[in-house]
Design a protein around this ligand. Structure first.
Ligand SMILES: [Zn+2]
Length: 448
């Protein structure tokens, strides 16, 4: 059985893109160099890079081939570019050829995907697919270091591909400006040797895992949570998968996002580099991959720990009798198994009308943390941070008309449930939280 913990962890990159758009192929380099690169790929078919290197040419064979035109040789520029790693005996010319032939899919170009993509391109991973459907936002720049200030408002995949092209024009970058869904996941993932989960949500995480298991491909996983993170390599042919560790996703309403909980920018940076390292080890077939091991990282303690994770014979997707035989959008799965409790909600516009006419007994309750309260608030609201609620309940009038809000509605939903359960007569959830309030009735609010 997998270990029984179920830590709510998530990462900051992101994803999405509508169904029928075609991936954009970013042109990489001069035609001459490009054609010789593709000759290499055609001459040496590789279905699963890392991985079987027995038939690869040796370094001495590759060196000999340099004196004559050969698809196996590296170009002079490639030797200059990759010389620091070429001289590593564990890598050498043969290893570099494996990296050049490598096909890696990075799901998410956010906090994890930024260092991941840059280091993979720098190392000469030949084919990098990037999946994301967001625009670059100012709030991304604190940690998503592949995106720069002038990129704000542009598509993340375009921003990332431009940086990768500038860093290493010899690398092919394929952009998927889409959300990974049950409809496209298998088709996209099937084209790659290694899949990297650099996403920021559980739906994508379970989808990526299931696609990896069903296609027999390794998934390099990482997620982050405030000052902490974790990473592993899930390869169901050799060890556990993500579902062995966490059998079921949490319900969407149970998972506050990074915008609400905060993220120290270097944490996804660190974990993204762990992922890049594991990808290179898998492609090269060297070292001891994180298969069957969960690496946890605590930035405040500056401590790493390791937990052994065992394959769960009852796992829904990789166990002895799997019930999952095709990918499914986990959001639907999630809502089936764990629906949120029913709470009374109020639309921002309706709440604003009550606020404007000074409804007697109306209380806005803000349950966000102090730093969030300092950024913006509804004037006149009562502030009791979520963590202090139990101790300060006496400050609330159970008979008042209480409208509870946070940033998005996730934390406040939990509070409304608790107030209802304690007998408060009329607690309501501000639907969509302050973000919806700002969008609907107060566009001048400093939202984050
Ligand atoms: Zn499993």
């Amino acid at each position: 059985m997998g270990i029984a913990v179920n830590v709510v962890c998530f990462s900051i990159a992101l994803l999405p893109y509508p169904g029928n758009q075609q991936p954009e192929h970013i042109q990489a380099q001069g035609e001459q160099r490009r054609s010789s690169f593709f000759n290499i790929e055609r001459d040496i078919p590789m279905s699963h890079a890392a991985i079987d290197s027995h038939d690869s040419p040796t370094d001495s064979e590759l060196l000999k081939s340099q004196s004559q035109p050969s698809a196996l040789a590296l170009s002079r520029e490639q030797v200059a570019r990759y010389c620091r790693q070429l001289v590593l005996p564990e890598l050498g010319f043969a290893g570099q050829q494996k990296l050049l032939r490598g096909r890696v899919l990075c799901v998410g170009t956010g906090g994890l995907g930024s260092p991941l993509d840059l280091y993979l391109a720098a190392a000469g991973i030949g084919h990098i697919g990037i999946v994301d459907t967001d625009d670059v936002d100012f709030s991304n720049l604190q940690r998503q270091v592949i995106h720069f200030t002038p990129d704000v408002g542009t598509r993340k995949v375009k921003s990332a591909a431009a940086k990768l092209h500038a860093l290493n024009p010899m690398v092919d970058v394929l952009c998927y400006d889409t959300t990974l869904t049950a409809k496209n996941a298998m088709e996209i993932c099937a084209q790659y040797d290694v899949i990297v989960d650099a996403s920021d949500n559980f739906a994508t995480r379970y989808l990526t895992n299931d696609a990896g298991v069903l296609l027999g491909k390794p998934v390099v996983y990482a997620s982050i949570f405030r000052f902490e993170g974790q990473a592993s390599v899930f390869d169901a042919k050799k060890g556990p998968c993500y579902r062995c560790l966490y059998p079921e996703p949490p319900a969407p309403h149970e998972v506050p996002g990074g915008a609400e909980l905060g993220i120290l920018g270097v944490v996804p940076g660190f974990l993204g580099l762990v992922q890049a390292t594991e990808v290179m080890k898998l492609l090269l077939g060297i070292g001891d991959p994180l298969i069957g091991r969960l690496l946890t990282f605590d930035a405040l303690e500056m401590r790493m720990r390791e937990m052994h994770v065992h394959k769960d014979p009852e796992c829904l997707v990789c166990g002895h009798s799997p019930s999952i035989r095709t990918v499914e959008d986990s959001e639907r799965f999630c809502s089936r198994v764990n629906s949120p409790a029913k709470v009374n909600e109020i639309e921002p516009r309706d709440a604003f009308e009550l606020y404007e006419r000074g409804q007697p007994g109306l209380v806005f309750l803000d349950v966000r943390g102090d730093p969030e309260w300092n950024i913006c608030r509804i004037d006149g609201a009562k502030h009791i941070p979520f963590a202090e609620l139990d101790l300060r309940l006496a400050e609330l009038d159970p008979k008042a008309e209480t409208i509870v809000y946070c940033l998005t509605g996730a934390r406040s939903r939990n509070v409304v449930e608790r107030l209802q359960a304690m007998g408060f007569s009329n607690p309501k959830l501000l639907k969509g939280g302050l973000r919806a309030w700002a969008a609907g009735v107060d566009p001048d609010m400093w939202i984050y």
